[in-house]
Write a protein that binds this ligand. Structure first.
Ligand SMILES: [Zn+2]
Length: 139
């Protein structure tokens, strides 16, 4: 198998519902997503995928949806206040943890047709979560 990985840097704010620690407060991260694509064969150029193509897609999607945005659970009581104040929010069905954000990015990349196998989300330089799925076993 061949693989490539592309790193994208972005910023987001969030808070975690029902968290007992400091993550229950609104705060932000300078995050890094690492998107890993994998194929059994290379294309006619000898590539899994052009770095520019996957980089452009993920940057464009992150810029329009996630970057400098506040990611909140749909039941978060602060949502109505932020909306009334004209703030941007990105609403998730799940708690906006690094794990769920990695999963969210994975699904967007997959829907766009890239052979993604794993997305890692570095919330800090020393803490990251990842979501992995082998698409070859999908029906
Ligand atoms: Zn956080």
């Amino acid at each position: 198998m061949y693989s490539i990985s592309k790193e994208i840097h972005f910023c987001y704010g969030h808070r975690l519902l029902n968290h007992q620690g400091k993550c229950r407060h609104l705060h932000g991260h300078n995050a890094r997503a690492v998107i890993r694509l994998e194929t059994e064969y290379l294309d006619e150029l000898g590539m899994v995928c052009d770095f520019a193509d996957i980089g452009r897609f993920v940057k464009d999607w992150l810029n329009s949806e996630i970057d400098h945005n506040m990611l909140l659970h749909k039941d978060d009581p602060v949502l109505s206040l932020l909306r009334e104040s004209g703030e941007r929010v990105y609403v998730m069905d799940t708690n906006p943890t690094a794990e769920n954000i990695a999963h969210l990015i994975f699904e967007e990349v997959r829907k766009a047709g890239f052979p993604v196998v794993e997305v890692a989300l570095y919330e800090t330089e020393s803490a990251f979560a990842s979501y992995r799925r082998d698409m070859r076993h999908d029906a």
